[in-house]
Design a protein around this ligand. Structure first.
Ligand SMILES: Cc1cc2nc3c(=O)[nH]c(=O)nc-3n(C[C@H](O)[C@H](O)[C@H](O)COP(=O)(O)OP(=O)(O)OC[C@H]3O[C@@H](n4cnc5c(N)ncnc54)[C@H](O)[C@@H]3O)c2cc1C
Length: 848
């Protein structure tokens, strides 16, 4: 049966419901049975929207049933969902089918004004029927009074973030004509347009009337989207004309330390994203006002409030401590003048300031599993469902003055002496679509293809196996909630991929705990490490001319496109820190300046970990040649970014210095001319030196090494001290500091205990990865333990055999056998008794 006739059947049933001949739950069941699962999910809210006002209670009841039904999870997702607080914890999991991807819905939309996503979701989608598996026509198991997802708004009273487009905008429609609208809706396509016309008219009336509500300033920051933007929907719910606004102040963004918060590539992206946002707003009848926030955002907002008579400023919360502080200042200035300030949470899945370690403790802090346990143990309410984009925005009668976007200086290009421009962003433009639709297209493409290889092959640099949505997430052109919903709804649900959003939240949590994260090593001794000051080494790393093809390919990709995958970021970070001995901060700053997804929290967390001083410092070092076995086995990636090496054979392309002269000659490669010589040659020696340096500072700052477990100790931030001790600040007042043992590389523990063994090669815990280890951290550790165990068992049996041989020789008066003689002096691969295998206890200890 065509969709239209099924929809009219449902409308008929709605009349039956209104007449009292059906009950809400049966109505919903019929709806699922007639329309199928997906159609119901997409159309239900629109179908019931005509009764929003006249039958408000019934409408809410239906909406609750709908939300309850579609928020149910399948078992295998429950753990993650709970941890990320996607569902209410008191909901039990049932085997309900998961909704289809929003992005899929969007792509099925034929001619949506906002190129593809939401307009069509409520209205003109043509899709095949999707029958609920196992549907028996029985009522779905929905409670009578289901929980509504809580909303996450600061300074705000009861508004529902889970209202969709129809609800959000219907407040502008005439209350008294809902029955009329019900009939009008029967004319499907026509009705949408006429409803919009009515809404526009109503908006204009509102603006003209003397009692018009005051305008609302919608302050866009890192939520540059129309879809699933709770702040924007929050503006609509307030019911006044909305003035979309973007303010820019470099210093405020930068904060107190050296953060390079918005580097060149990121600024360029921002400029383009603002152009796109403005276009999207124009399509819904509005536009974006851009203003230089000088001298400060607070002062500019005050001016705008005066100029427009606005009564409320609405924004999405940002979590960098310095931006939070700025926002608190803005809020108090505005509130003193009677202007209300509303802050919505949608940048992360969890507001990092609400995450606590209560009930979990501090053991394993810094790891993603510890973080997820904290979220699971201390849920803060459900995230709710993603929101549709508003079809229209009420505009003010007069607009305040702004400045052209160009004047913000975000995409300024250097000029040559002859006056021509150096367009360094040409490849970035070629590679990326800066629109919100571009974000959804990337995600959709990934969920149809790359996600199938993500679990095992996300490290491949030569294949598009990851989502490439990081810059969109950073600028909020894609909400993490939307991403998670789509990922959960995809046919192949990769838990590893979903977990990445927990990583993202973890980074913000760490930044809120350690505001110095972007510039100060968390582990105090490592601040004193003997870092190299070889600027020439830094330059070759930055330019991609280290002479190591894999590293060079990645650094050139970064320079040209503003991006590289996670695995390659590990490779180049390891190279900088472990082999060039350059401080991690140099890497962080370069990344911040060149990545289009540069994100202070994530970048700083990852560089701290790579730089050995983060909470979860890497237990491995990537080898610049061996890593290619995993990420570029036949050299496709290197050939793309280092074309001068392209003719070399696969097996030698990652180590051209090993090439026989004849092959080099045939390939036209001259080392030192067409391709650089290696910046450092003895990698083993460099690594050994790095180990010695670590051992030296750990010896020197013994007070930061736990003598019992051998783990590094990190000063505990105030917030965690209070949580750990349940104290209300007493400890802090008397000035005591608390130290926390954190996960520490076995290699470091061993080296510190035995520093005289100058040759680091004797260290049994060599962290250099030989090829790919894609396992999860715990599995990796288990694997290493098992290997060690096997090694020690083998060693034991060899020793037993040798002992027996020695005894035999002794008894028979024979000379000692050569095998036993040589093996006696050989160093053990695994220490017989490992004093360092104790896992950090997670107990805060007063500093000795
Ligand atoms: C040294 C170093 C620096 C990094 N700097 C940044 C940065 O500045 N900005 C940034 O967004 N990511 C950074 N990452 C994390 C990661 O490399 C990128 O998020 C990822 O490569 C982006 O590609 P994607 O969207 O295809 O990721 P996918 O693998 O498809 O993951 C989806 C999303 O999850 C999030 N994510 C993935 N990995 C991580 C992670 N390890 N930590 C936190 N969130 C994660 C990102 O938002 C990403 O877009 C860094 C990693 C390293 C090793």
């Amino acid at each position: 049966m065509p969709v239209d006739s099924r929809v009219s059947q449902v409308r008929h049933l709605l009349r039956e419901l209104l007449a009292g001949r059906e009950d809400p739950e049966s109505f919903f069941c019929f709806c699922v049975s007639i329309l199928g699962h997906q159609e119901t999910r997409v159309r239900f809210r629109e179908l019931i929207s005509p009764i929003t006002y006249v039958h408000h209670q019934l409408h809410s009841q239906l909406l609750s049933i709908y939300q309850e039904y579609f928020l149910r999870d399948v078992d295998d997702e429950l753990e993650l969902a709970l941890a990320l607080s996607l569902v209410n914890t008191n909901q039990t999991s049932t085997q309900q089918p998961v909704p289809r991807s929003y992005a899929q819905l969007a792509s099925a939309t034929p001619a949506a004004p906002v190129r593809g996503h939401t307009q069509g979701m409520d209205t003109n989608i043509s899709m095949g029927t999707h029958k609920t598996p196992g549907w028996t026509g029985k009522s779905p198991n929905v409670p009578k009074t289901p929980d509504r997802p809580k909303e996450s708004v600061t300074n705000k009273t009861a508004t529902s973030e889970n209202k969709g487009k129809a609800e959000a905008t219907s407040s502008l429609a005439n209350d008294n004509d809902s029955q009329e609208k019900l009939d009008a809706d029967n004319q499907s396509e026509m009705s949408r347009k006429s409803r919009r016309r009515r809404q526009r008219k109503r908006q204009q009336q509102l603006l003209k009337s003397p009692s018009s509500p005051r305008p609302i300033l919608m302050w866009f920051r890192r939520d540059l989207r129309l879809l699933d933007n709770p702040a924007l929907i929050g503006c609509l719910e307030l019911g006044g004309p909305v003035i979309p606004l973007f303010l820019w102040n470099d210093q405020e963004e930068e904060g107190p330390g050296v953060t390079v918060a918005t580097g060149g590539a990121c600024k360029y992206w921002l400029h383009q994203a603002l152009v796109c946002l403005n276009q999207a707003l124009e399509r819904i009848g509005s536009h974006l006002l851009t203003v230089k926030a000088e001298p400060s955002s607070a002062e500019v907002l005050q001016r705008l409030v005066k100029e427009t008579g606005a009564g409320t400023v609405v924004a999405t919360a940002l979590y960098e401590p310095w931006l939070k502080e700025r926002d608190e200042g803005v809020a108090s200035t505005l509130q003193q003048q009677g202007i209300s300030w509303q802050l919505h949470h949608s940048y992360c899945l969890r507001d990092p300031y609400t995450v606590t370690t209560q009930g979990v403790g501090l053991r394993g802090i810094g790891s993603v599993s510890h973080f997820m346990s904290c979220c699971q143990q201390n849920p803060t309410g459900a995230q709710g469902t993603p929101l549709d984009a508003p079809p229209t925005l009420p505009v003010p009668s007069t607009w305040p003055t702004g400045c052209p976007l160009e004047q913000l200086g975000l995409a300024r290009m250097p000029r040559r002496k002859d006056g021509t421009t150096v367009d360094w962003a040409v490849n970035i433009r070629r590679d990326w679509d800066f629109t919100e639709e571009g974000a959804h297209a990337r995600l959709e493409a990934f969920l149809q293809d790359g996600v199938y290889r993500y679990e095992k092959e996300s490290g491949r640099a030569d294949a598009p196996n990851t989502s490439c949505v990081s810059p969109y997430l950073h600028w909020g052109q894609l909400s993490p909630r939307w991403l998670l919903w789509d990922a959960r709804a995809a046919r192949c649900r990769s838990p590893k991929f979903q977990r990445k959003l927990a990583w993202r939240d973890l980074a913000y949590w760490q930044l809120t705990l350690f505001p110095d994260l972007p510039w100060e090593s968390l582990r105090p001794p490592y601040k004193a490490l003997r870092w190299s000051s070889e600027r020439a080494h830094l330059r070759v790393w930055q330019k991609g001319t280290t002479g190591y093809p894999l590293v060079d390919a990645a650094m050139r990709q970064l320079w040209q496109t503003g991006w590289m995958n996670n695995y390659m970021r590990h490779v180049v970070a390891s190279f900088l820190v472990a082999y060039l001995h350059l401080p991690w901060q140099e890497g962080y700053r370069w990344f911040q300046d060149t990545l289009v997804d540069a994100d202070v929290a994530i970048d700083a967390m990852m560089w701290q970990n790579g730089g050995m001083s983060g909470l979860d410092h890497w237990n491995f070092v990537m080898h610049p040649v061996d890593a290619a076995m995993t990420c570029d086995p036949i050299g496709t990636y290197v050939r793309r970014w280092c074309p001068e090496l392209a003719p070399l054979p696969d097996e030698l392309i990652h180590k051209p210095w090993k090439c026989p002269t004849s092959i080099l000659r045939r390939a036209g490669v001259v080392l030192g001319q067409t391709y650089p010589e290696r910046v450092v040659t003895d990698l083993e020696e460099r690594r050994t030196q790095s180990l010695r340096d670590v051992a030296e500072v750990r010896q020197r700052f013994k007070e930061y090494v736990d003598q019992h477990s051998g783990c590094d100790l990190v000063p505990l931030p105030d917030r965690l001290v209070e949580e750990a001790l349940g104290s209300t600040g007493e400890v802090l007042r008397c000035g005591s500091r608390f130290l926390l043992p954190v996960i520490t590389r076995m290699e470091f523990k061993h080296q510190t205990a035995d520093p005289d063994k100058a040759d680091g090669r004797g260290n049994p815990y060599n962290a250099v990865l030989k090829g790919y280890v894609s396992r999860k951290r715990d599995e990796t550790i288990a694997f290493l333990n098992e290997r060690d165990f096997t090694a020690s068992v083998m060693h034991e049996s060899t020793q037993q055999r040798e002992r027996a041989e020695r005894h035999h020789c002794l008894l028979e008066g024979l000379p000692a056998s050569p095998s036993s003689a040589t093996s006696r002096g050989r160093p053990r691969r695994t220490p017989s008794k490992d004093p360092y295998s104790i896992v950090p206890g997670g107990v805060a200890m007063p500093q000795r």
